[in-house]
Design a protein around this ligand. Structure first.
Ligand code: SAH
Ligand code: SF4
Length: 337
């Protein structure tokens, strides 16, 4: 059955009108959903029984069914959902330094980009998630969430529904979530970066850069190496930074591949032209790729080559439950389909 989150306020208004209910019911339903976050239609206390029963016949709140919840020793939780068409997606909830949680949301089933280091991409692509499936991941896990990152399975900028998602998250009439606490992570889809420049909210951008050396980018991004022109990407980032909006460059550090001086010098040069923050993520190993994680000594050597680059080293959480960056494979599909 359809999720009620597939409807915007206008759609819901139309639905209410066409069923000859009083018009103000649409607003009440929106409030129950987006402000009070009720888990079922029966909790919508100020609605008459006939409206509730009509809603129950036509919709579910969420079309995602939780099939498993795994908790890591570091407090990270990975939730595995089955979609209406039996696909498997994963959402990760991570404790953060605000004593709250950051939720990592998936935007696609699989990913068509196929980066050679990423379990999601290696396992292929099925489809975009719908607006209601993206919202549901937040809705079902919103308790104490202070930050949202679109960094789960999939490439957000290939899914047109993320714009409506950003709208619903940040609009006062909907969730009214702080736009500065939402980050979209992209492999470098230039049209998406441009669109975010003109988007009227201060959404944060993270770009999965990983390398400035052509041969290495070819290895890391085998399917899209030709499509994402590196020079155009840098130009788009320059334009983005001109707006005053800041962004991070994500840098998966892989032993013997991109942990060298040449890469560091390219970053040093780049930092003279653009204001960025470098997020160094030591490669998380998984069974789908053969890259090596850097040892502490490789990490210290690489950062010793950096100058003027503002960086942080982010050790991914949730490794023991395969919930860390790049480990989301949607593996359960094999078992549950
Ligand atoms: N498609 C988007 C967002 C999802 S991937 C993107 O690529 O940015 C989220 C992050 O996980 C990206 O920064 C990605 O590069 C990183 N990642 C993928 N595989 C990883 C791995 N094995 N170890 C560490 N980070 C990984
Ligand atoms: Fe897709 Fe991002 Fe994984 Fe690359 S790293 S395959 S873009 S999810």
């Amino acid at each position: 059955m359809r999720s009620i989150f597939s409807l915007s306020y206008d759609d819901l208004f139309e639905y209410i009108e066409s069923n000859n209910f009083e018009k103000f019911r649409a607003k009440q339903i929106i409030e129950w959903l987006y402000k009070k976050k009720v888990v079922d239609f029966d909790s919508m206390k100020n609605l008459p029984k006939n409206v509730i029963s009509k809603l129950k016949t036509d919709f579910v709140i969420s079309s995602l069914n939780e099939i498993e919840r795994k908790k890591s020793i570091d407090g990270t939780t990975k939730i595995i959902y089955k979609t209406f068409d039996n696909n498997i997606i994963e959402t990760v909830v991570i404790p953060n330094n605000l004593n709250k949680y950051t939720i990592c949301i998936s935007t696609q089933v699989g990913c068509p980009i196929g980066c050679s280091f990423c379990a999601t991409g290696i396992n292929g692509f099925k489809r975009n998630l719908n607006i209601d499936e993206i919202i549901s991941q937040f809705y079902l896990n919103s308790k104490d969430v202070s930050n949202i990152v679109l960094m789960g399975m999939g490439e957000p900028f290939l899914n047109p529904d993320i714009w409506e998602f950003l709208n619903r998250m940040t609009s006062v009439d909907y969730f009214n979530f702080s736009s500065r606490s939402i980050t979209v992570s992209t492999v470098g889809i230039i049209d998406g970066i441009k669109k975010l420049v003109s988007f009227n909210k201060q959404i944060k951008l993270a770009v999965s850069y990983h390398s400035g050396v052509s041969e290495t980018r070819k290895i890391l991004f085998p399917k899209i190496y030709d499509i994402i022109d590196f020079k155009k990407l840098i130009k788009a980032l320059k334009d983005f930074s001109k707006t005053g909006k800041r962004f991070t460059l994500e840098y998966i550090l892989i032993k013997d591949l991109n942990d060298n001086k040449k890469e560091a010098e390219i970053l040093n040069n780049l930092s003279r032209e653009i204001d960025f923050h470098l997020n160094i993520i030591p490669y998380n190993s998984h069974k789908f790729a053969n890259y090596k994680s850097p040892d502490d000594i490789d990490i210290s050597r690489f950062i010793s080559y950096l100058n003027n680059v503002k960086y942080t080293i982010r050790k991914s959480k949730g490794q023991d439950i395969s919930g860390a960056c790049g480990q989301l494979a949607g593996e359960k599909s094999i078992i549950y389909n």
